[in-house]
Design a protein around this ligand. Structure first.
Ligand code: CUA
Length: 330
């Protein structure tokens, strides 16, 4: 017969299935399913448990639908068998599945709550960057969390303004940072490396540019980094750097930014004592280099509209001196 749909029907479905399968196979494994530490590993296990349970249940339900669709008319099981099926499949089975998932979730939550740790890092969320404090070592940095590899580190999470959420897909599940409350968890990386982190709770116009990096290094290297961070900024000696420091003070940068060793101690913006050692500017907005730093100083609003840093009008010479000074803050 002309225009018989039976032969053409399944082809588009087959095509869609093939495209989806190819996309799934070719996709890189998402970071959240590629755990590099025990925190993310527990969540990945939970994710796969839920995935396979849901898959089995989906196939089962589809099977029953197929049976119902294609069953011969006379083969009705009768009201008693039907009621049993509803009790078993509609009440008992879902209760068992939900109870199992509840227990698995509680186990994952419990494991993330407390752990014996050697030291603490305090992370405070701000619009739109991360203050990272090492209380026992007595220094503060921003948008980078350095940890020794293979060791659990206690994380104390708080917020200065609105609710943020800290997420390191390869290392740690999502934790809220809530004003007036401190949430506690711990983080550990099993391999040295740099792990991307981000804010996972909408917190305002620049929520998407609120990134950070967790840097896991061998313990000796971590100790050396801590020692370096503990040092105040070296006092400038040559004329260009001295001028840069004067520009910094004259432009009122110190209203918001601390540089240890300069008698400035405010905290509304990131501590700049070791600015030059950091990977990025504007919480992951730009790589930290001279051109980007110049653009950021002159007009941060064009790079990250809505952040709290005002533009600074500087002459060319003042800008060069300020850049030279800031680039020496290693
Ligand atoms: Cu901070 Cu979103």
């Amino acid at each position: 017969m002309p225009g018989m749909p039976t032969k053409r029907g399944p082809r588009p479905m087959l095509l869609v299935a093939l495209v989806v399968a190819a996309a799934l196979v070719s996709c890189a494994r998402p970071a959240a399913l590629n755990p590099q530490g025990p925190g993310a590993a527990r969540i990945t296990d939970l994710w796969w448990a839920m995935f396979w349970l849901a898959t089995v249940i989906y196939i089962g339900v589809m099977g029953f639908i197929a049976v119902a669709l294609f069953r011969r008319r006379g083969a009705n099981p009768g009201p008693v068998a039907g009621r049993r099926f509803i009790v078993a499949g509609g009440i008992i089975l879902p209760s068992v599945v939900l109870l199992l998932l509840f227990v698995l979730t509680l186990r994952a939550l419990d494991a993330s709550a407390t752990r014996e740790t050697a030291f603490t890092v305090q992370v405070t969320g701000r619009q739109f960057w991360w203050e990272v404090k090492y209380p026992t070592s007595g220094f503060v940095t921003a948008n980078e969390i350095h940890i020794p590899v293979g060791q659990p580190v206690r994380l104390e999470l708080a917020s200065e303004d609105v609710v943020h959420n800290l997420w390191v897909p390869e290392l740690l599940g999502k934790f809220d940072l809530i004003p007036g409350k401190t949430n506690v968890t711990w983080i550990q990386a099993d391999q040295p490396g740099e792990y991307m982190g981000l804010c996972a709770e909408y917190c305002g116009i620049q929520h998407a540019k609120m990134r950070f990096v967790v840097i896991a290094v061998p313990p000796e290297q971590f100790a050396a980094w801590q020692e370096g961070q503990r040092q105040p900024a070296a006092a400038p000696t040559d004329p260009l750097l001295l001028r840069g420091q004067q520009v910094f003070l004259a432009a009122d940068c110190g209203t918001c930014h601390t540089i240890a060793g300069t008698n400035i101690a405010e905290r509304a913006g990131p501590d700049l004592t070791h600015l030059a050692s950091r990977r990025t500017l504007g919480a992951g907005s730009l790589p930290n280099n001279r051109g980007n730093l110049a653009g950021w100083l002159l007009n941060p609003q064009s790079i990250k509209p809505g952040n709290k840093m005002p533009p600074t009008a500087l002459s060319g010479e003042d800008l060069q001196a300020l850049l030279a000074y800031l680039e020496r803050l290693e």
